[in-house]
Design a protein around this ligand. Structure first.
Ligand SMILES: *Cc1c(COP(=O)(O)O)cnc(C)c1O
Length: 386
């Protein structure tokens, strides 16, 4: 089976992790801050807060922005459930903004229309979570302009987008948002097995997220409500969690980050090759914004169903049967039973449903060979011709 995504682990990665196992610290040692600095420096942000998953990073990001009961969080329906769940963790309500038919990202026109309505109904969002689907950056300039006009905060879900660029700057630079979140799950571009990071240029937000990651506890006397009782003293000043990243994960992350540029370059090489190989098939290749450099976590094709006899499901099943580990990113979140129960109907976001009915993620990862890629395309031709 050729999977849709797969980690790339070298001997250096293994050595880096083994080194930590022989060291004094397995958690809360020097590797986590080193990893935070490595990522923050690479993407051009001031602060990085490493946690045990991007899901946790989204949670502490929203909590640091004071998202709470009575507030709204908006995101795209075409994302992993975590981009929406983080709002619910904070007690807020969640709503969605339909996607742009070309980028599959949250559509700024739809966002503007929805904001206008929300203002009349006095239910403007406190936080909007644009998701850079497949690594393709959202239209951040417009989203930022709308945030200035309507007063919401922005958390970029860049789980797919580390190493990608927008208007000449790395995703995570924070030019158009408050906080950016990365995932280091094994299928993502850089891995720490499980892991995530929130980056920001705001020292206060960074400190809040650090406290939230570790029980709401501080050892910094300047943040305590009274003088420390003694040198042993720590103070819990809020309700936090245990979302800490281990030293093993951070060491793997530091080692992986050294190859980030290579990782993304290779993905672009593979994507260009797919673009050419698929050009004459009844499928739509991903559109690339001329202003942007995608992280290319995924390569999503859309079937031109009017030009083929097979159904979406038949093509998908045929590919799986031929040993191609295709996937579908994503089932629109508002159609999940848990969200449906909140009153969402599939047709609330028609562009997302059109996408869902046509999309297939085909294999895209660093170690994918040209031969394997040819096998994917041959299998796709077969699947499309039935
Ligand atoms: C993978 C992913 C997440 C969650 O990442 P974890 O590190 O597994 O918690 C969140 N959002 C998106 C868009 C993702 O792809």
């Amino acid at each position: 089976m050729i999977p849709y995504g797969r980690q790339e682990i070298t001997q250096e990665d293994i050595d880096a992790v083994v080194e930590v196992l022989k060291s004094d610290f397995l958690t809360q040692g020097p590797k986590v801050p080193e990893f935070e600095n490595t990522v923050a420096t690479h993407v051009g942000a001031k602060f990085g807060v490493a946690v045990n998953s991007a899901t946790s990073a989204l949670h502490v990001a929203c909590a640091a922005l004071d998202l709470e009961e009575g507030d709204w969080l908006w995101t795209s329906p075409v994302t992993f459930v975590a981009s929406a769940n983080c709002g619910l963790y904070c007690g807020a309500k969640v709503d969605f903004v339909d996607i742009d038919p070309r980028t599959y990202n949250l559509c700024p026109d739809a966002l503007e229309r929805k904001l206008e309505q929300a203002r009349e109904q006095d239910r403007l969002p406190k936080v909007v979570v644009p998701v850079h689907l497949s690594g393709q950056p959202c239209d951040m300039e417009r989203i930022k302009a709308l945030s200035d006009r309507y007063g919401f905060r922005i958390v970029e879900d860049a789980s797919h987008a580390i190493g990608g660029q927008y208007q000449g700057e790395f995703i995570g630079s924070g030019r158009f948002s408050d906080i950016t979140v990365f995932s280091f799950h094994p299928v993502k571009i850089v891995t720490t097995a499980e892991g995530g990071m929130a980056v920001t240029n705001d020292a206060e937000l960074a400190q809040r997220m650090e406290m939230l990651r570790s029980h709401g506890i501080t050892r910094d006397p300047t943040r305590m409500t009274h003088e420390p009782d003694g040198p042993w003293y720590y103070q819990q000043v809020g309700l936090g969690f245990n979302y800490r990243m281990t030293e093993l994960q951070a060491a793997l992350g530091v080692s992986q980050m050294a190859r980030l540029d290579d990782f993304v370059k290779r993905r672009h090489e593979l994507a260009r090759r797919y673009d050419e190989l698929l050009a004459d098939l009844p499928v739509l290749s991903p559109w690339q914004h001329p202003d942007s450099y995608s992280g290319l976590h995924l390569y999503v094709i859309r079937l031109k169903l009017g030009e083929i006899r097979a159904s979406h499901r038949e093509v998908f099943e045929s590919l799986r049967k031929q040993g191609i580990g295709v996937n579908l990113h994503y089932i629109p979140v508002h159609t999940q039973p848990f969200y449906e129960a909140m009153g969402f109907a599939p047709d609330d976001f028609p562009e997302s449903m059109r996408y869902y009915n046509e999309a297939i993620s085909i294999p895209m990862y660093h170690g994918l060979t040209f031969e394997q890629q040819d096998a994917v395309v041959a299998a796709l031709k077969q699947a499309l011709s039935v």
